[in-house]
Ligand binder design. Structure first.
Ligand code: SF4
Length: 340
């Protein structure tokens, strides 16, 4: 079955379910995924400098620590100068991609976002700018692209309609999330999507739907991480997602999308101290160290106990460089475009 998954990059729903619900294939799956990533990307690991520009959000997703309804969250917004200075510092450290991430914050108007994107591109023309700022109109996405944005990350979170309803309030819809993703593709962005593993009410069938949706979208980047509860959300008492299942899905995704940029996420490193290293060994090829000012890192808590909130950017990178090397890979100074 794994032979077929590797060659044809797909399986039947029943076969996907068998892989997801048994441990029979786990060892071989991880080895094959690593071999495929080495064939396409060698031992190279791309770094993305993450700048968390605002933790204000107009939405109220039930799983998210910075949801509008969390009155206990101390809010912040970075100024343009702070954002530029994070990128300048990152550039000096060897980063060639900056990811501007934030909640859906109306104070970051389209004009302001465009000015920030073009400001970064003016300062660092050899770098890619990735945005991760949520659902916007096609017109807004077009403006950001015109201003120089290269990539956009927007996880679909779950491709199952009923499941989506259980994770989000009625104002948000899976239909609009999908519309955003296809608009972004049409506008020429390198697009990233992904989902949570083990979110409340998720079934194995939901995960198969996630894989099917990704086949339709054919994204350049796929970010998945275990669901981790946040104590100030409606899902405070829900159990966290499975580390092993997340690793398994990273391997499945690598075989389905050999070219994809798949991060070993911070959530993976939060749920297991060696999570990111093990993610790399199972098919991931990207890490996203934090470049946000240390003073605000604690405040951008989508889930509890997020790691790497105390270190300076340089320390954070050094720590990751050592971890990646110990796992058998190499962090490179590269814009890290997708290799189609
Ligand atoms: S998941 Fe994103 S859109 Fe939803 S509340 Fe959190 S930051 Fe806002």
């Amino acid at each position: 079955m794994l032979d077929r998954l590797e060659k044809e990059r797909t399986l039947t729903d029943g076969e996907f379910l068998e892989i997801l619900t048994t441990t029979e294939y786990d060892g071989e799956l991880g080895e094959r995924a690593d071999a495929v990533r080495r064939k396409v990307y060698g031992d190279r690991v791309f770094i993305r400098g993450l700048v968390e520009i605002t933790n204000y959000c107009r939405n109220n997703c039930y799983y998210c620590g910075i949801r509008r309804g969390n009155r206990l969250c101390t809010r912040y917004r970075l100024t343009e100068e702070q954002i530029f200075s994070c990128c300048d510092e990152g550039y000096g450290l060897g980063f060639r991609t900056f990811v501007l991430q934030g909640g859906e914050d109306p104070r970051f108007t389209d004009d302001r976002i465009c000015a920030i994107v073009s400001g970064i591109k003016d300062r660092h023309p050899d770098c890619a700018v990735t945005l991760s700022l949520g659902e916007k109109s096609r017109e807004s996405y077009g403006m950001y692209r015109q201003a120089g944005a290269d990539r956009y990350l927007l996880r679909h979170e779950t491709a199952d309609e009923e499941h989506y309803r259980k994770l989000h309030p009625a104002q948000l819809s899976l239909e609009n999330r999908k519309r955003c993703l296809f608009d972004l593709k049409e506008l020429g962005y390198q697009v990233g999507s992904g989902f949570m593993v083990g979110s409340p009410y998720q079934t194995s069938e939901c995960l198969v739907e996630d894989l099917r949706f990704l086949q339709k979208l054919d994204p350049d980047m796929i970010g998945i991480g275990p669901f981790i509860h946040h104590s100030q959300t409606p899902f405070a008492d829900r159990p966290d997602g499975s580390f092993e299942l997340t690793l398994k899905l990273i391997s499945v995704l690598r075989l389905m999308f050999p070219h994809a940029l798949i991060p070993a996420t911070t959530a993976l490193g939060t749920i297991n101290p060696r999570g990111r290293e093990m993610g790399l060994q199972r098919g991931a090829n990207v890490v996203m160290p934090n470049l946000s000012p240390t003073g605000v890192r604690e405040l951008y808590q989508l889930y509890d106990n997020k790691i790497c909130t105390g270190e300076e950017s340089a320390q954070c990178l050094e720590c990751l460089r050592n971890r990646v090397a110990a796992a058998g890979y190499r962090i490179v100074q590269d814009i890290g475009n997708v290799k189609r």
